[in-house]
Design a protein around this ligand. Structure first.
Ligand code: AP5
Length: 190
């Protein structure tokens, strides 16, 4: 059985995590954030060290490690009945992150809608990330790494948008208030 999924795609700071977290509080939605999952891993473990090596440079962690971590986490969530595939939408935030990851995952997830959180003014997103850096102390929120993360998004993640049919692709201007973005995300759902 494929997981009924909603996919959030957007540049760093576009609000994928913000929206995913809100949705995750609503019964019927299960939020999966690959970034949060990586950040929760023991920093001394092999995965933790690999995550540090790549994310501190603004690069993507190798696909195999990422997908394996997703699989084992989702299986655990199903076993613990926190994610109920028959009734919940799986809200994917940060995965897939490139075309290869999509090809590996596509036999597991059935994407109902892809939400492209776009912003025509990148300085808005940069300001958000700088604002978050002051409170969250993420190792990848310094200026040089942020620049790299935007490059990686353009080169590796954005091409994913071409893989989905226009009926499934919802374009949302993410420069507005979070509740206004949320309203657009919920609109097409039955
Ligand atoms: P990840 O954690 O996924 O980082 P990201 O995609 O760059 O996303 P961000 O968390 O920076 O931004 P966001 O869009 O979630 O915005 P947020 O809601 O937080 O990945 C980190 C690293 O992990 C990667 O670089 C990579 O190394 C590794 N990784 C993760 N997934 C991987 C994968 N699949 N494959 C390989 N490697 C992977 O909002 C940001 C700020 O803006 C917040 O302060 C928020 O309050 C504010 N904000 C949000 N929305 C609004 C709004 N509408 N108005 C005003 N403020 C807002």
């Amino acid at each position: 059985m494929k997981y009924n999924s909603l996919l959030l795609i957007g540049a760093p700071g576009s609000g994928k995590g913000t929206q995913g977290k809100i949705l995750g509080t609503i019964p019927g939605f299960f939020h999966f954030s690959s970034g949060d999952l990586f950040r929760s891993v023991d920093a001394q473990s092999l995965i933790g060290k690999t995550f540090f090596e790549y994310s501190s440079k603004g690069l993507l962690v190798p696909d195999e490690i990422t997908v394996e971590l997703f699989n084992s986490y989702i299986e655990k969530m199903i076993t613990e009945k926190r994610f109920r595939p028959k009734v919940d939408y799986l809200v994917l935030d940060g995965l897939p992150r490139n075309v290869r990851q999509w090809h590996i995952l596509s036999d597991k997830v059935d994407v109902h809608y892809v939400y492209h959180l776009y912003c025509s003014d990148r300085s808005i997103l940069e300001a958000r990330l700088k604002g978050r850096a002051a409170s969250d102390h993420r190792m990848d929120d310094n200026e040089e790494v942020i620049k790299k993360r935007f490059e990686v998004y353009e080169k590796e993640t954005k091409p994913l948008l071409n893989l989905f049919s226009p009926e499934r692709l919802i374009e949302i201007d993410c420069s507005v208030l979070p509740y206004q973005v949320l309203r657009e995300i919920l609109k097409p759902l039955p």
